[in-house]
Design a protein around this ligand. Sequence first.
Ligand code: FAD
Length: 299
Amino acid sequence: LDAPLFADVAGDAAVSFEFFPPKTEKMDGTLWESIATLSPLAPRFVSVTYGAGGTTRERTHATVARIARETGIPVAAHLTCVEATCDEIDAVANDYWNAGVRHIVALRGDPPTVGAKFESPKGGYANAAALVAGLRKLHPFEISVAAYPECHPDSSDATADIDNLKRKIDAGATRAITQFFFEPETFFRFRDAAAAAGISAEIVPGIMPVMSFAAVQKMSAMCGTDVPAWMARLFEGLDDHPAARQLVAATVAAELCRKLYAGGERAFHFYTLNRAELSYAICHLLGLRPQAVAERQAA
Ligand code: FAD
């Protein structure tokens, strides 16, 4: 308790930021302002999501291509197996390769109808592990996959879920990025279980700063993330106080990162929802500074 706040962080964290492809001109403006704010922190990569059912195929591609062209930040394109044949997915992956994109976040995806069960399309990839194997055959992509510290809702149990992650890594994925979670112990337990199962690939904690508590509760219910009671108490009464809510959100997420850092984690993936401020503040508390990052890169 006597230690100065965040005195134990050394500014040596590697961060990545996730964005979604904007739908409107206004959202496009917000995204690019956020990229401009976050890029001086020299993320090791940024990634762009792929809408359910491939609904954002063109927009994802356009956003990825523009980030690659205009920022020089390594960019990863998310790709899913939903409602497309292997040939169609391979064609999208080939387009990425030809556009200079070398990193794919390979996912099974979810059906476009919320709550519907995933069915592998005829001639399609059955799951993310099959997609990883397919991508590996096409090009030497760097491949990230998803991991679930609180178990994927389709999993029979935690062991089956870890086995599934191992299949994805064994098929050729380089790293796993986790679903968001709110208790550091949740991540540490999962990290230990993955190591015990022989998974040595990097597992990067996915951090979701709370922009709207109601939205986080809704997303958490869908993906099986536990929202602790203490969080509900912290965000209580803040719906109409956006500035106060943002301060609380930064505190909560930074504290999670600080504990993960103390537990040995040096990489963090931020679900930015295309807004920079919270992620920037948390990175700042983790000791990242634009200049220091630039010097480290030049060294
Ligand atoms: P998989 O790893 O294939 O499997 C999910 C579950 O299915 C497994 O846990 C397992 O229970 C079961 N399963 C799979 N194969 C088998 C098998 N052979 N035998 C038995 N059970 C099996 N969704 C999007 O639509 N677009 C995105 O851009 C996107 N980005 C994401 C990024 C991250 C970092 C994360 C964590 C999730 C993302 N998602 C995205 C959500 C993801 O698509 C869903 O969670 C989806 O339901 C599962 O995808 P997966 O790649 O984890 O699937």
